[in-house]
Design a protein around this ligand. Structure first.
Ligand SMILES: Cc1ncc(COP(=O)(O)O)c(C=O)c1O
Length: 475
């Protein structure tokens, strides 16, 4: 999430603006604090994994250690980091685990580069996180993008089912061999794919499956996925940037993963972030972690019952701690709803044109089951209206490859044209509202008239997030 509070007009420049912003204390009484329903899921420290919280109570900085012999590093066979990675792999049912200090982003890239040699084609869903696209550039991979089921009522993409993925695989393989397949499950909004049904289809095609579970807890391993990436701050009690890559089975080379981690990770990984990954994964799998999770789910259930009692439409998802308000059904754009709520002290995680997603976190904020339904009811009273018209599905083929190689298009001399004039041109950069960080257009894709019209309509729905111009390759 990237949203900042504007500095007070007329205030003298602050010599330490970030430090001051992070240290700021809420000036009012505790009950008037903003309702913070965004990531990281530890919610300002309330839900930090206990071992991590204990570490942070040590003298500040005392834990910021380099790769001393006793500690070792991510790629060392011995030392505390190696022991911690082994223990987490065992706990989660993986054969191997590598911690990451550059978020799920860094580990998705390392995993992709390990599975696919330069020049190979990789099958990626249209709701891919942009880090995978960047991984394709770094690894000189050819992304083959597959379309997903689309819900016109909410404007959201949904996970594919088995018949859908079968069609996708057949269409992609008809155009040439693939090196790997990626799926995202659960999505940012908490929609999960049936990985038990999908994984065998990928394996039957002789391909390895990488699952982006940045918003999940590693369930993809039990479904047989080969590589799984977790984010310890999105679905756990870890700090931002701490993450884990889990691996099992014969369809990957551990040495290739170690090599791509060497290429992509810093040579001075933060001991604090490594400890954060260890503590978050261990806590989630512990009895105390399960009790904490059940308590959070009970709060979420109470909250959802109150919302239902007030007639507030919530989208059904699979993550009890993600609440997705179907704003389109209330006649409100999710970005508009977000702005209105922000001004009234309710901070959501993910505004989209048809929905607004709130993350309740590992330990939901006190009073959330009372305060949030009240705020949402007020939103409906003041901003609500007739349901929005159904969203038009993106006019995309089932599978498509950029016409010009991704890295060449992204580096090519470019010019900005209005979306109205974009038809016929090749995109030179992605069009990517953030969050969620899902590109609506990928460099090297040819923009046809239907796509240009769809993008122009999308730009109106993402005010301030999508410009009305797009960079295209200069011909
Ligand atoms: C589905 C998905 N995968 C990966 C990421 C990247 O995670 P991080 O920001 O921790 O690198 C995100 C971030 O929002 C995401 O939503």
């Amino acid at each position: 999430m990237l949203r900042s509070l504007a500095p007070a007009p007329g205030r003298a420049p602050d010599p330490l603006p970030l430090g001051r912003a992070l240290r700021a204390r809420w000036p009012g009484p505790p009950w008037s604090r903003p309702l913070e329903l965004h990531l990281p899921a530890h919610g300002r420290g309330r839900g930090l994994a206990p071992d991590l919280a204990a570490l942070l109570r040590q003298p500040p900085g005392s834990w910021d250690l380099p790769e001393l012999p006793a500690i070792g590093g991510l790629l060392e066979p011995v030392g505390a980091v190696a022991d911690a990675q082994r223990a987490c792999a065992e706990l989660l049912g993986a054969e191997r685990c590598w911690f990451g200090v550059n978020g799920a982003s860094g580990l998705l890239q390392a995993a992709l580069l390990a599975l696919a040699p330069p020049g190979s084609r990789v099958l990626l869903p249209r709701n891919l996180h942009r880090s995978l696209l960047h991984g394709c550039v770094l690894g000189q991979l050819r992304p083959v993008l597959f379309n997903l089921p689309f819900d016109p009522a909410s404007g959201l993409w949904r996970p594919p089912d088995a018949p859908w993925l079968e069609r996708v695989l057949a269409a992609a393989l008809a155009q040439g061999p693939l090196a790997a397949v990626v799926l995202v499950s659960p999505t940012y909004q908490g929609f999960s794919a049936d990985l038990v049904a999908l994984t065998p289809l990928v394996h039957a095609a002789g391909l390895p499956l990488l699952v982006d579970q940045a918003h999940g807890g590693g369930e993809a391993l039990a479904a047989g996925a080969d590589l799984v990436v977790l984010s310890c701050q999105k679905a756990g009690g870890g700090l931002a940037q701490s993450a884990a890559l889990l691996a099992q089975g014969p369809r990957h080379e551990p040495a290739a993963i170690a090599r791509s981690l060497l290429w992509l990770q810093t040579s001075s990984p933060s001991a604090l972030l490594l400890a954060s990954a260890e503590a978050a994964l261990r806590h989630a799998g512990s009895p105390a972690g399960r009790v904490r999770r059940r308590r959070a789910e009970a709060v979420a259930a109470r909250l959802k019952r109150r919302c239902a009692g007030l007639g507030l439409p919530l989208l059904r998802n699979h993550d009890p701690l993600r609440l997705v308000l179907h704003t389109a059904a209330l006649g409100i754009n999710g970005l508009q709803a977000d702005r209105w709520l922000l001004e009234r002290g309710v901070i959501a995680e993910l505004p989209e044109p048809g929905a607004l997603t709130f993350c309740l976190g590992e330990v939901p904020p006190p009073g959330v089951a009372r305060r949030l339904p009240r705020a949402l009811a007020a939103l409906v009273r003041q901003q609500g209206g007739d349901p929005l018209a159904p969203f038009s599905p993106p006019p995309l083929p089932l599978v498509a490859e950029p016409e010009l190689a991704l890295d060449r298009a992204w580096r090519a001399p470019a010019l900005a044209v209005s979306l109205a004039e974009a038809a016929g041109h090749l995109a030179a950069e992605p069009l990517c509202p953030y969050p969620p960080g899902i590109p609506l257009l990928v460099p090297g894709e040819r923009i046809d008239a239907a796509r240009a019209a769809w993008l122009a309509a999308e730009a109106l729905r993402w005010p301030g997030q999508i410009a009305d111009t797009v960079k295209v390759v200069a011909s």
